[in-house]
Ligand binder design. Structure first.
Ligand code: DQA
Length: 144
C-alpha cells in the first residue's frame, strides 16, 4: 500500500477559532477526517502530523524518503520564509503537493511568494478544506 505523509505547518491546530473570516470554521480534525476517508476509499495509507517547528518539519521531510511515497504539505507561514523546508523537499525528491486553505495570492503581498512552490509538483490554494482534498487526489494520482 502506498504511504503518504501529510504535514500541517504552524498554527494550523488553531483552525476553527483562528481568523475565522479567512480560514472559516473548519478544524484540523475535520480536515483529517476527510483526508482519512479518501485514503481509505483509494486504499492508500496516511500519516498526519502537525508541527509548529520549522526544524521538526525539516527532519520529518528528511526521513520521509525511506518511509513514504509522497508528501502533502500545508507549510503555513513557513511557505513564505523557509529555505530550509524548500531545501528538504528538494533533497528528498519525492512527489510533493503544496496546499493552502486561503488564496495566498489574494492576500497581503508577503504571502504572494511561496519559496516552496518551485520544488513541488503543484499547488492548490484558496478552496478551504477542499484544497486539501484536491491536493490529496493529486498526490494519489501522481503515485498510482
Ligand atoms: C496558509 C496561508 C499562509 O499564508 C498562512 O501563514 C497560514 C495558512 C493557508 O492555508 O491558507 O498559516 O498556509
Amino acid at each position: 500500500m502506498k504511504k503518504i505523509l501529510v504535514i500541517h505547518g504552524p498554527n494550523l491546530k488553531l483552525l476553527g477559532s483562528r481568523e475565522v473570516k479567512v480560514y472559516g470554521k473548519v478544524t484540523i480534525n475535520d480536515i483529517n477526517r476527510a483526508l482519512s476517508a479518501i485514503a481509505k476509499s483509494k486504499k492508500v495509507s496516511l500519516e498526519i502530523v502537525q508541527s509548529d517547528h520549522e526544524g521538526g518539519i525539516v527532519e520529518l521531510i528528511g526521513k520521509a524518503k525511506a518511509k513514504f511515497d509522497a508528501i502533502l504539505i500545508n507549510p503555513a507561514a513557513y511557505t513564505h520564509t523557509s529555505v530550509a523546508i524548500r531545501d528538504a523537499i528538494s533533497a528528498v525528491d519525492i512527489p510533493t503537493v503544496e496546499v493552502h486553505l486561503s488564496n495566498i495570492y489574494a492576500r497581503e503581498e508577503f504571502r504572494h511568494t511561496s519559496l516552496i512552490a518551485p520544488v513541488v509538483m503543484g499547488q492548490v490554494s484558496g478552496f478551504g478544506k477542499m484544497s486539501y482534498i484536491l491536493g490529496l487526489e493529486a498526490v494519489i494520482s501522481l503515485i498510482k
